[in-house]
Design a protein around this ligand. Structure first.
Ligand code: ZN
Length: 224
């Protein structure tokens, strides 16, 4: 942080120096911008935790452009954005971080399940205790949002009962019931299939086809 302030002060000083030719001034500004960029890059490279999320992402599975789409929207507070980026870089104060990086703890096991290292990845997608309730709640909220969007796309008139946290079991488009969207319903099959309840089924009643959607929220390092 100190070195950033020093660099900024240096640039300010350089920019405030009188310059007779505007072209030269322009060149000077470009040069200082470039050197600021370089010094920031160098500083970041020296910090092991920073940027590990980007380094570890499998670009064949996850699109680099889509990965940062949420940042381009600008609808989150700066503090929230930085908290999420810190979590992606595994730089929040988990017990694992306190044990291995800060050296302020000796036990790195998860406070809830006591079985695995308390890393960010463990908290967001692998804790057996959180899986029983919190992961299900998160999954259902994502499904509810998806269901809401499908209803809008297929022209379903949403009433007051339909909110983002709750899906109606069956909804149909008003234009002659062309598309039926089912939420969390069992499918009757000839053979017994134990997992016969997809999250969302979109049934096109004219074509006689169904699209099954099952939502899974996996960690970025655990896509397959
Ligand atoms: Zn745990």
């Amino acid at each position: 942080m100190n070195s950033i302030s020093k660099t900024a002060a240096k640039i300010k000083e350089e920019l405030s120096q009188p310059n007779e030719k505007s072209d030269a001034k322009q060149d000077g500004m470009q040069h200082t911008r470039a050197s600021l960029g370089e010094s920031l890059k160098k500083e970041r490279k020296n910090k092991v935790m920073h940027g590990q999320y980007i380094r570890n992402i499998d670009r064949q599975l996850i699109s680099e452009e889509d990965m940062f789409l949420w940042l381009s929207k600008g609808d989150l507070k700066a503090e929230t954005e930085s908290e999420i980026v810190a979590a992606q870089d595994q730089a929040l104060q988990t017990k694992y971080y306190a044990t291995k990086i800060l050296d302020t703890e000796t036990d790195s096991k998860c406070r809830l399940c006591q079985q695995f290292d308390e890393t960010i990845d463990h908290i967001i997608s692998a804790c057996l205790i959180l899986a029983k309730q919190q992961y299900i709640k998160r999954h259902d909220r994502v499904c509810a949002q998806l269901h809401f969007n499908i209803c809008k796309e297929t022209g379903v008139q949403l009433d007051k009962k339909h909110c983002m946290n709750m899906c109606q079991k069956t909804v149909e488009t008003r234009k002659g019931g062309k598309v039926t969207t089912l939420w969390n319903q069992q499918v009757q099959t000839d053979r017994t299939i134990p997992t016969n309840k997809p999250d969302i089924i979109i049934r096109d009643n004219e074509k006689g086809t169904c699209m099954l959607i099952d939502v899974a929220i996996s960690g970025d390092r655990n896509v397959i």
